[in-house]
Design a protein around this ligand. Structure first.
Ligand SMILES: C[S@@+](CC[C@H](N)C(=O)[O-])C[C@H]1O[C@@H](n2cnc3c(N)ncnc32)[C@H](O)[C@@H]1O
Length: 278
């Protein structure tokens, strides 16, 4: 594998930050080398500088997208960490549904949930399964579930809604698998009644949130860890701005908001924690 020089590494660290907000430091030479290895070969780049210049001069942004795909960690699974989905089922949704149901309206009330940095979609599909299980009378609600990610390959995986046996076995209980997915050859496909309430699109969390609308609940898990403090502050401020009053934010199990945002209050339920807009 070709070694990256300190100057090339500096260039890539700045470039990756500019296009994604992902902050790497000088200790990440090996990570950059291993993640860009196959792209170096595919683009026949003779050096990392060569790859950088090819990406900068590609006005279709296709190579930039491939670099993002290669650099991003897309680790995810169905019902990751369990507790956010238990909280959603036992605390957040019953509260929001009761609130919304208490306001009579002629039209179905909207319920909007965003999986920000959804990777290949398992997070949003897990949310959709929880909703299906507790909202049997869906006609009262206009449910809109949005999943976004900066990675083209992650979004196309999410849109396909097709997963291998190994992926499905990571986190998805068999009874839910058999109820909400169907076997198609070697793959498992998310069933249409779940897929139809989920929309996926490419979006960079460093960009403006205008055009996304407002949300009752946002899952933003295991992505802010890659950002600088100033970008985390900006991100959670923007999330606070697009949440409905009293809306909920779910972050990763190893993440915290202290020193980042004071616009949310912790809500603790059966030893599990989520955040509500103050
Ligand atoms: C570790 S995965 C987390 C997926 C999911 N939220 C979970 O917790 O299982 C991190 C995801 O963040 C995405 N990501 C990284 N930087 C991003 C950015 N600036 N905007 C949107 N998504 C980003 C990556 O492409 C990747 O899919």
């Amino acid at each position: 594998m070709q070694k990256i020089t300190p100057d090339e590494l500096k260039t890539f660290i700045r470039y990756i930050y500019d296009i994604s907000g992902i902050h790497l430091d000088q200790s990440k030479a090996y990570l950059v080398e291993t993640r860009l290895k196959s792209l170096m070969a595919k683009t026949e780049s003779v050096s990392y500088n060569d790859l950088y210049h090819k990406a900068k001069s590609d006005h279709t942004l296709s190579l930039e997208g491939k670099i993002i795909d290669a650099i991003c960690t897309q680790e995810t699974l169905f019902f990751r960490d369990n507790s956010p989905f238990t909280l959603l089922k036992n605390r957040i949704l019953p509260e929001l549904i009761a609130q919304k149901a208490s306001k009579p309206t002629y039209f179905p009330t909207s319920l909007r949930i965003w999986s920000a940095a959804c990777s290949t979609g398992q997070e949003l599909y897990s949310i959709a399964i929880v909703l299906k299980e507790i909202l049997l009378n869906q006609s009262k609600f206009n449910i809109q579930l949005l999943g976004t990610d900066i990675s083209d390959s992650a979004i196309s995986g999410a849109v396909s809604g097709e997963y291998s046996q190994v992926i499905v076995e990571r986190g998805l209980p068999k009874d839910k698998r058999d109820k909400y997915l169907s076997k198609s050859g070697l793959k498992w496909k998310i069933r249409d009644d779940i897929k139809s309430i989920c929309t996926f699109r490419k979006h960079n969390l460093m960009d403006s949130f205008s055009g996304l609308g407002r949300f009752d609940i946002v899952f933003c898990r295991n992505v802010a860890i890659y950002f600088k403090l100033k970008d985390k502050v900006m991100l959670f401020n923007k999330l606070a701005d697009i949440l409905e009053p009293g809306g909920y934010l779910i972050i990763g199990s190893s993440e915290a908001l202290s020193g980042i945002s004071s616009r949310f209050e912790p809500v603790i339920h059966s030893n599990m924690i989520c955040y509500r807009l103050k």
